[in-house]
Design a protein around this ligand. Structure first.
Ligand SMILES: Nc1ncnc2c1ncn2[C@@H]1O[C@H](COP(=O)(O)OP(=O)(O)OP(=O)(O)O)[C@@H](O)[C@H]1O
Ligand SMILES: O=c1ccn([C@@H]2O[C@H](COP(=O)(O)O)[C@@H](O)[C@H]2O)c(=O)[nH]1
Length: 236
């Protein structure tokens, strides 16, 4: 069905809220899992990183006055919660998923060990990388780029609230237009805020393409994995 054997899927944490003000919307997570199941059942190995913006963001208003590193650790813990919720929804859908955290919380979740993650993927299990990079001052987009490179994913798929990369943030600029494709250097130089520059630079240096597409568009994930033109491709 596709040329891809192994992909890294970055899911927006904020998208998990659905129409709610914060947290995890049940219907939204179930829909996300249905889309992932279609791809996983086709034989593609899928590793996932989910953000934490629906629960906590270290640089957000709620963290004003806090020590930045402490706030960032709270953000990383939020991604552990989202990862557990995602794995639970996957179990309900009959999928086998393992959560591996960059921060050790052994009573709750397995710690990230690269060979073990590779073994799970080869066994056909979904692997959810929680806890970001395990370091403050980073983001889950950078964690996704890092893990994608570590596991030898062929592409990083960023499923987000917008349907690609625009000339400016489409949420605030209605005149913004969407790129079908864009080079890493152009995305970095133009400071397009859809992803942080560290994540773009890591993918560029590893020759790892990124596809940005809408998490809400029905069938978009499957089309992306089938190699169809969807959203925006970021390339060398
Ligand atoms: N040039 C741009 N093109 C597209 N989107 C942009 C651009 N600039 C800013 N954005 C914004 O980037 C955001 C990306 O959303 P997303 O929820 O994936 O972010 P995130 O920080 O990775 O979320 P989370 O941390 O919750 O996973 C969108 O809300 C979009 O409005
Ligand atoms: O490697 C990482 C990943 C994340 N954080 C903190 O968590 C929040 C939530 O992650 P998002 O990517 O914004 O969804 C982020 O704002 C950071 O505060 C981190 O410190 N290190």
């Amino acid at each position: 069905m596709s040329g891809y054997k192994r992909v890294l899927l970055k899911l927006s944490g904020e998208a998990l809220m659905g129409d709610d003000a914060y947290g995890i919307n049940r219907a939204t997570i179930v829909k996300m899992v249905e889309d992932i199941a279609q791809v996983a059942r086709s034989g593609v190995q899928v590793a996932i990183v989910i953000g934490g913006g629906n629960i906590f963001r270290g640089v957000a208003g709620g963290a004003v006055g806090m020590d930045r590193a402490t706030a960032d650790y709270m953000g990383m813990l939020a991604t552990v919660m989202n990862s557990l919720a995602l794995a639970d929804a996957m179990r309900h859908a009959g999928l086998l998923a393992r959560v591996m955290s960059a921060i050790s919380i052994d009573q709750v979740v397995e710690s990230y060990v690269r060979p073990k993650a590779l073994q799970y993927l080869e066994e056909g299990k979904l692997v959810i990388f929680a806890g970001g990079t395990g370091n403050p001052f980073f983001t889950t987009d950078t964690a996704a780029a890092l893990r994608a490179a570590e596991i030898g994913a062929e592409v990083m798929l960023k499923a987000t609230k917008v349907d690609g990369i625009y000339t400016a943030d489409p949420a605030s600029d209605p005149a913004a237009t969407r790129y079908t494709s864009i080079s890493f250097d152009e995305a970095i130089v133009k400071r397009l805020q859809v992803m942080d520059a560290t994540a773009f630079a890591l993918c560029r240096d590893q020759g790892l393409p990124i596809r940005v597409f809408s998490i809400f568009k029905p069938g978009a994930l499957l089309r992306v994995v089938q190699g169809e033109s969807e959203g925006t491709l970021v390339h060398l």
